[in-house]
Structures are given as C-alpha cells and as structure tokens.
Ligand binder design. Structure first.
Ligand SMILES: *Cc1c(COP(=O)(O)O)cnc(C)c1O
Length: 401
C-alpha cells in the first residue's frame, strides 16, 4: 500500500469530524421494538425508540418469529447459490406470488434488498433511446440505478408537477422512445407522500410509465397497507412498485419489484443484482410471508400508528418545534444546523429517548433535523414520555420557550 493512502483517509475523516458530520453507531443489546436495550458504559439501559422503520411493530412479532423458525427447519439456513444456477426454493416463489397479489400486480421478483431492486431495474428495461424522469428527492438507490442505465436522465424538483410536465415535453421533443416517471411513494427524509394522482394523470397524457418506490409505505399506508398507490387512488395506474421487507413488513431484509409479467420476466433474465447475488435466506422469506398476512389484516395496528402520529405531531407543534407538515408516521423536527441536531439527539438520549440527527449529505446542508418515526410498538405512555422529553430537551437547548 502506498504509505500516504491511510494518511489521506485519516485527513478525510478528520474533515468529516471537523464539520460536525461524523456518524457514530450506537449498539443495541437485544431485539428491535418500541423500547430497546442500549449498550452503554454504565451497563445496558432501556430507551424509547423513535428512529426505526418498524411502523407496524412487527420486527419482533411472535408469529413472524415462529414462521421464520419453521422456515429454517424446513428449508435450512441458506441457499448458497444464485437462482438461475441452482433454482429457487418453493418458499421464494410463494413470497413473490404473495407480494404480487398483495400489491395487485401480475408477478414479483425478489432481491437481496430494495437497494438492489432499484439498482437493477433500469438498465435491463431502458436503453439510450428512452427517458427516465426522476424526482429530485428520490432515494439514493434510485439515483444509482438510473446512473447504471444508458437511458437519458431527466429530473424534476420534488413534487413539482409543472416542472414534471415541462420535462415530459422536453423528453418528447428530444425523441424519447419510452418514458418512465420514477418517484418515492413516501419521501423518507421529509415524510411527504408523492402526488401519484397528478403523476399518473401526466403519465397518461404524455404516454409515460410510472414507477413508485414504496419502501416507506408498503404495509402501513393505504387500505390493508397496500401503500401509496392504494392511499392516493392511483392504484392500477402505477406500473411498477419496488419495496422492501426490511421496514413495515417484518423489518428483516429483502427487496422486490412487482409489475406486469413481461417486466418481471425481463428482470429475471437480465437484472444484474438478481442474477449475480444469493437468494434470500429461507428464514427471512418465511418470516416475510407471515408479515404480509399480518400486515394485510392489521387495521388495529394502523389505527394505533395513526393515533400516535397525530398526538406526537400535535404535542411537538404546540410546544413550538418546527415540523415539516404531513400525515405519515415520519415526523421531521427541523433544527437546520448539524451540530444543533446532534446536541438535541444527545439531550434526548439523556432523557431516555432514542432518535437520530440527520444532516448533510443525508439531507441538504442547512436542513439538519431529527427525523422521528412513530410505531405501533410504542404505547400511549411511551408517546407521552417522548413528547415531554422533547419539550424538556428543547428548553435546555433554548430551542423553544
Ligand atoms: C429503505 C429504502 C430503500 C432500501 O431498502 P433496503 O431493502 O433496506 O435496501 C430503498 N428506497 C427507499 C425509498 C427506502 O426508504
């Protein structure tokens, strides 16, 4: 190794530290839930967890654990192969058909993660003659996936339907063969829901396909948790849905694309993260299957989640915190400055509330925040404690009166 290489990296790390942007990982000594055991110097301590994507509280659900254990017993620990070489297990096919049925699509295809689904979807489906039109706040995996394709790239400002229309016209003028509009269903940093009705109207008018990455919605938003297409009434006009088993649907891991049959069939032939990566672990596939069954029927959990969301949002707004508006369980508390967000996270931690400060490059510079997320795993008392901790911490830092 050239002897200046590690020194070069150390300099980069101290720059990150100097800008207040260094991310430190905390250690959890147990299962995910509304309350978790944090490892800390003086021994483990319990905190209220406001930063998991465990919206329905299924991450440690006993029936999902039992299904995963049964999957382990029947199908073993791992497949040790990619599917086109050694085949899939019946369990994998069952999960594909189940998620497709849940989302009302012909079929689905599994990936190791939604990051891979988004990374592997564009290159096989779209060529240099085609146009991919992407919302400016789309998830990093979409940005990377678009970069890996040879299609022409267009962007519109987050949720700006006028600009989307301009871009559709531009792509048409520039002779695009096929056009696809790509958006997150819920923008994870802000909690905004995409305007799918307007997007689908424009898509219809300009002959474009629509793809929605519904990672932060599948399982908990919309009727039966069928996500933003169901929530917004756009439904069948959304052509492609990508999503994850790593959030609401049990929180383990695994991604998917659900769409019309020829789309799925081409991905199975050509999508690189599918072709050249191992199958989902059987226990994960079996647990995720159970998670879909539970999520579909979980109106009680969705109601609790909605009630926590309203109460927490109102509690913080009344206390004088600046929130981004919205209705999803993602409630960003805006602090703008990276260091202030970290100070606030530390003060909340001292009060037994576990949050994460988000700052550049995860969100734009000057838009640092604490992104809180509600969960059906939280009790009413947990939510009350969390509101009180925010007020107390906010006063200590003189952010509110
Ligand atoms: C979490 C997330 C992903 C990545 O999902 P994984 O399955 O964890 O890789 C992709 N897109 C969006 C919008 C996400 O929120």
């Amino acid at each position: 190794m050239p002897n200046d290489f590690l020194g070069h990296l150390r300099n980069a790390l101290s720059d990150i530290e100097g800008e207040g942007l260094y991310k430190r990982e905390r250690l959890i000594a147990g299962a995910q839930g509304g309350r978790i055991e944090l490892q800390s110097a003086g021994g483990n301590r319990q905190v209220i967890n406001l930063c998991a994507n465990n919206y329905l509280g299924l991450a440690n659900h006993p029936e999902i654990l039992a299904a995963a254990k049964a999957g382990l017993d029947t199908f073993g620990f791992g497949m040790a192969s990619v599917r086109f070489i050694c085949g899939a297990q019946t369990l994998h096919r069952e999960l594909e058909q189940r998620i497709a049925r849940y989302l009302n699509k012909d079929d689905a295809i599994l990936f190791a993660a939604c990051f891979d689904a988004n990374g592997g979807i564009f290159e096989p489906l779209f060529g240099p003659e085609d146009a991919i039109i992407s919302d400016s706040l789309n998830h990093a995996s979409i940005i990377d996936g678009v970069r890996l394709s040879k299609a022409r790239r267009y962007r519109f400002a987050n949720g700006d339907m006028d600009e989307l229309e301009d871009v559709l016209k531009l792509a048409e003028r520039e002779g695009a063969r096929f056009k696809i509009i790509v958006t997150d269903g819920v923008f994870s940093m802000d909690g905004y829901v995409a305007n799918l009705a307007a997007i689908c109207d424009l898509a219809g008018r300009y002959g474009a396909l629509v793809m929605v990455d519904d990672c932060h919605a599948t399982g908990h938003l919309g009727p039966q948790g069928r996500g933003t297409p169901a929530l917004t009434g756009a439904g069948g006009r959304v052509d492609i849905v990508t999503g994850t088993f790593g959030k609401s649907l049990g929180g383990a891991m695994g991604g998917f694309v659900a769409a019309a049959q020829p789309i799925i069939d081409v991905l199975r032939q050509r999508s690189r993260p599918y072709l050249f990566s191992n199958s989902l672990a059987p226990a994960v596939a079996a647990g995720s299957l159970k998670a879909i069954d539970i999520a579909e029927a979980a109106d009680d959990r969705r109601a609790l989640l909605a009630s926590h969301t309203v109460r927490f949002r109102n509690g913080l707004a009344e206390a004088g915190f600046e929130l981004l508006p919205g209705e999803t369980p993602i409630i960003p508390v805006m602090l703008h400055d990276a260091r202030r967000a970290q100070d606030m996270a530390r003060e909340l931690d001292a009060r037994g509330v576990y949050v994460a400060g988000f700052f550049y490059p995860v969100v734009p510079a000057g838009k640092a925040r604490i992104r809180t997320q509600m969960s059906a795993a939280l009790t009413d008392a947990d939510v009350t404690l969390a509101i009180d901790a925010f007020k107390d911490a906010g006063r200590t830092l003189r952010l509110i009166q």
